[in-house]
Design a protein around this ligand. Structure first.
Ligand code: PEP
Ligand code: MG
Length: 537
């Protein structure tokens, strides 16, 4: 049994799949039975073919046939006797292992392509490397595509990036556990959005678990048990059944309006990463969306989403929500959220660096594309705009100026948008909380981003399991900042919400109710429990 940090509630009993990070080391080995080695190569190649066929089908459905064509060319490479035939011959001629033979042939192909004048052919080097690496991983038994795992899988990883989690197929992945991370790292937040149990910060689980091991994940207590005996399995099956029963009972609150004991009506909203997540929010009784983390629209792809693509996403959520509010947060990239096609400088302190609004005010091309798309979406429902990581009034004013430019452009183009769209800020930098009385005069609303506010106030990295004991939402300094922010908003007749994970934290909710928080926004899976606690306070 190992104890980590309980990141997402629920119980899972399944089979371990270790997500390997290691580089594959190629060592030359002398082989006696060359035919067996050729058969091993052929198995790895045909597995690669099956994997690529699947990826190609998925890509065709999700991103269109032209983008999927690259996988067709990978499949053709597997069928090319000049490639796979050459590897077979090398195994036979040199009596060496498949891995070594494959790398020799790969190196030869890369050298040939690299020396060509034709740019198109030179670019094929990446494809050759890609196919080669896929076969190598198959030879080593490493399955990397997280969407290709078996049913009933528990992913075990050092960490999962936001784009790894975006790939997870909920019908197969029933839980995940990681070596690093805290309750508010994005992998943990994603687990709660997907409503699958997760335990993070286990230190060495990747080193101790093996693919195929049986595992119990207890996301309530933050415990995992490897290769449990029958009695323990039975015990956890009972806990799981009880948990599901309680979850079912809470469903009676789905359409109940949330009113505190003192008679204050509050909104309980959901946080979403992908447009479709909005369905989970409404299924769990959410009053709307208090945080749409739009950076997820930019992940898991190889280029920036266009204005049109983003417009479709914002229109979708606006239409699904109808009258209900959807707070769209502008791009919050940087920190632990990276984009493969937007190389950012290596920074000593990425969480204090070039990220979120700072990046957007510098890259106004990216910012304007997004603002135009959100504005266009606002013609179809009740969208609001929220700027992340605001530390000063200047940043807010500058953001509003750019928004006004976008409005003027759209007006000139005759495109519809909501001229009175609400604009607010995330209060997640201590400076904004301390200066909330000033900021409140200018914004339409605040939403307190406690995930970052806590880490900046207490100088305690939200991702670092070693200091997670310092990351305390109930620290008096954090509570004072929250109280000040709510009071500052109310003094100017504005509303104040919270979209950090603290809003769904069962132990914090009574205090937040007492402070007069107007809106609580959280992972969909926490909504019903939060409603119940708010109504009892
Ligand atoms: C926060 O910081 O509290 C927040 C909601 O934003 P994110 O978790 O995306 O940084
Ligand atoms: Mg934040």
């Amino acid at each position: 049994m190992k104890t980590g940090i309980a990141a997402s509630k629920g119980y899972a009993i399944g089979n371990v799949f270790v997500k390997e990070e290691k580089e594959i080391k190629i060592v030359e080995q002398h082989i006696e039975d060359v035919e067996a080695e050729v058969a091993r190569l052929n198995d790895a190649t045909s597995l690669a073919r099956t994997q690529l066929e699947k990826i190609k089908d998925k890509a065709e459905k999700e991103v269109g046939a032209d983008k999927a064509a690259v996988f067709e060319s990978h499949i053709m490479m597997l069928d090319d006797p000049e490639f796979t035939g050459a590897i077979e011959n090398t195994i036979r001629d040199k009596q060496i292992n498949a891995e070594k033979a494959l790398t020799e042939v790969l190196d030869m192909f890369i050298a040939i392509f690299d020396s060509m004048d034709d740019e198109y052919m030179r670019e094929r080097v990446a494809d050759v490397k890609d196919v080669g690496t896929r076969i190598l991983k198959n030879l080593a038994g490493i399955v990397e595509d997280l969407s290709e795992v078996e049913n009933n899988t528990v992913i075990v990883a050092h960490d999962l990036t936001p784009s790894d989690t975006a790939q997870l197929d909920k019908s197969k992945v029933i839980a995940f556990v990681t070596n690093i991370g805290g309750r508010t790292s994005h992998s943990a937040i994603m687990a709660r959005t997907l409503e699958i149990p997760a335990v993070v910060g286990l230190n060495d689980i990747v080193q101790t678990a093996k693919s195929g091991d049986k595992i119990i994940v207890d996301g309530n207590e933050g415990i995992i048990i490897l290769n449990p005996d029958e009695a323990t399995i039975a015990e956890y099956e009972a806990k799981k059944a009880q948990f599901e029963k309680e979850k079912e009972e809470l469903k009676k609150l789905i359409s109940v309006k949330t009113v505190t004991k003192a008679g204050k009506k509050v909104k309980v909203m959901g946080n979403i990463g992908k447009p479709e997540d909005i369905n989970g929010v409404f299924e769990n009784g959410g009053d709307g969306v208090g945080l749409f983390r739009t950076e997820f629209l930019y992940m898991d792809r190889d280029s920036m989403p266009t204005e049109e693509e983003q417009f479709q996403a914002y229109k979708y959520v606006a239409e699904k929500a109808g009258e209900r509010e959807v707070v769209v947060r502008t791009l919050d990239i940087g920190g632990d959220k990276k984009l493969p096609y937007l190389p950012l400088p290596e920074e000593m302190n990425p969480f204090l660096g070039y990220r979120a609004i700072r990046l957007c005010l510098d890259r106004t091309d990216i910012f304007k594309t997004q603002l135009r798309a959100i504005l266009r979406g606002s013609a179809f429902g009740n969208l609001m705009i929220m700027f992340p990581m605001i530390s000063s009034l200047e940043e807010f004013n500058k953001s509003k100026e750019i928004l006004a430019e976008c409005m003027a452009e759209l007006k000139a183009e005759g495109k519809a948008y909501n001229e009175n769209i609400s604009t607010g800020i995330m209060v997640e930098i201590p400076a904004a909380a301390v200066n909330a009385d000033e900021l409140a005069k200018h914004v339409d609303f605040f939403s307190i981003g406690t995930n970052d506010l806590i880490q900046y106030t207490l100088a305690a990295d939200r991702m670092n399991e070693k200091i997670s004991y310092l990351y305390n939402p109930m620290h008096p300094a954090v509570l004072k900042l929250i109280k000040m922010t709510i009071e500052a908003a109310h003094a100017q007749g504005k509303w104040c919400g919270m979209c950090g994970e603290m809003a769904g934290d069962e132990t914090a909710i009574p205090t937040l109710v007492k402070y007069g928080l107007d809106e609580f926004s959280m992972s969909a899976s926490s909504i019903l429990t939060a409603k119940q606690i708010i109504m009892n306070n």
